[in-house]
Design a protein around this ligand. Structure first.
Ligand code: WQD
Length: 345
């Protein structure tokens, strides 16, 4: 059984990915300092899979602590790196925090991968690396433009570091560019846990519907789109998780043509903010209280994926619809309200 280290495994996408890895026969260990996540997420993973996950609550920015994990597990064959700060607004206010944390942790991890001969490395990247694309849908060959935020810059620089490292590394690498992750595990035992007021649309919608937010603010409807609001590619977190398992398997079977390959992970369909709100209302049967506000600085007008490569090369198929995203997210929000989760209050 291959042993995989997942960094940021207590986070939203990381924890869902650990479930998929376990369900596909992998042994998983987790490195997460819980600075932006809840260790309880691994209890939910165990509840869903029946397997426990060893958790090292260390900071990847501490090289010695990171090295010690690999020293204890010299049989780690692959690494999936999620751990990073990802709040766009915070990165604008405090760029050096983002460059320090996101880049130092990546370099420390790559040093350990090199030192211990880990064979495969999968990196959590983002469609944010495309900036405001001139043409949509974007393919992996769409030119990278200036990132709209320091968070986006850390993803661009991280990709460059990995691509440069891959040239002389014995390991093989995949960069996965996520579009807009959303939704919750169908068991309703795990889902998104935004820290503080949610910046992302789907948790903002469900928190409005549950009454934690009085009214959703739609950031602008004066864009050059079919209804004036921004277009995004909302991808269910479980579809995203499964793509990581397929990416690892692709590398293990040595099907990769390059030392570092890139894949877009989106549904291939764009929806506007207003369409997403309607999808929620349809899935929940509830009208949503919202008002139209000004544009949000840094927002990309429209972006969605051409996902042909992930489908044809990785054999990836999305299984969940926008309606599934909204219904699973809504069920999860209600579980949180009723305190029927391992996350307590
Ligand atoms: C989507 C649309 C908002 C909230 C960011 C990062 C990306 C990834 C996902 C980390 C936009 C609108 C939102 C609200 C709104 N992050 N909106 N009212 O900005 O596309 O992507 O989060 O992995 O890398 O860039 O996602 O969900 O914040 O916004 O109108 O209360 O919803 O303006 O048009 P975004 P988002």
């Amino acid at each position: 059984m291959s042993k995989i280290v997942v960094t940021g495994g207590c986070g939203y996408i990381g924890s869902h990915t650990i479930i998929d890895l376990i369900e596909n026969g992998y042994e998983v260990i987790c490195i997460d300092n819980n600075s932006r996540s809840h260790a309880a997420a691994l209890q939910a993973v165990t509840e869903i899979t029946g397997k426990s996950v060893k958790h090292y609550k260390i900071d990847l920015c501490n090289y010695d602590d990171t090295y010690a994990v690999f020293e204890e597990h010299p049989d780690i064959s692959g690494a999936i790196h999620f751990a990073a700060y990802k709040a766009v607004g915070e990165s604008v206010e405090n760029p050096l925090l983002y460059f320090d944390n996101n880049l130092q942790s990546l370099v420390n991890l790559l040093k350990c991968i090199d030192e211990f001969g880990v064979s495969h490395f999968v990196f959590s990247s983002s469609c944010t690396v495309y900036g405001n694309p001139d043409q949509i849908p974007v393919t992996e060959a769409t030119p990278i433009k200036r990132a709209e935020s320091p968070y986006g810059s850390t993803k661009q620089i991280s990709e460059q570091i990995i691509q440069d490292y891959a040239r002389n590394s014995a390991a093989t690498h995949i960069l996965l560019r996520y579009f807009n992750p959303a939704g919750a595990h169908p068991s309703a035992l795990l889902g998104e846990l935004p820290l503080g007021k949610p910046q992302n649309l789907v948790p903002a919608i469900t928190q409005t519907a549950i009454g934690k937010i009085d009214k959703l603010l739609v950031h602008g409807t004066d864009y050059p789109t079919r209804d004036g609001s921004c277009i995004r590619d909302y991808i269910h977190v479980c579809d995203l998780a499964h793509a990581h398992t397929l990416a690892l398997r692709y590398l293990e079977e040595e099907k990769n043509k390059e030392a570092c390959e890139v894949f877009n992970l989106g549904t291939g369909t764009g929806n506007t903010v207003l369409e997403a709100i309607s999808a929620f209302e349809q899935a929940s049967g509830l009208p949503l209280r919202y008002e139209i506000g000004p544009r949000r600085p840094g927002d990309v007008i429209a972006i969605y994926a051409n996902n042909d490569r992930a489908r044809s090369v990785l054999g990836w198929q999305t299984r969940y619809t926008l309606n599934d995203i909204m219904s699973t997210a809504w069920t999860w929000e209600q579980k949180l309200r009723d305190k029927k989760t391992v996350f307590g209050a």
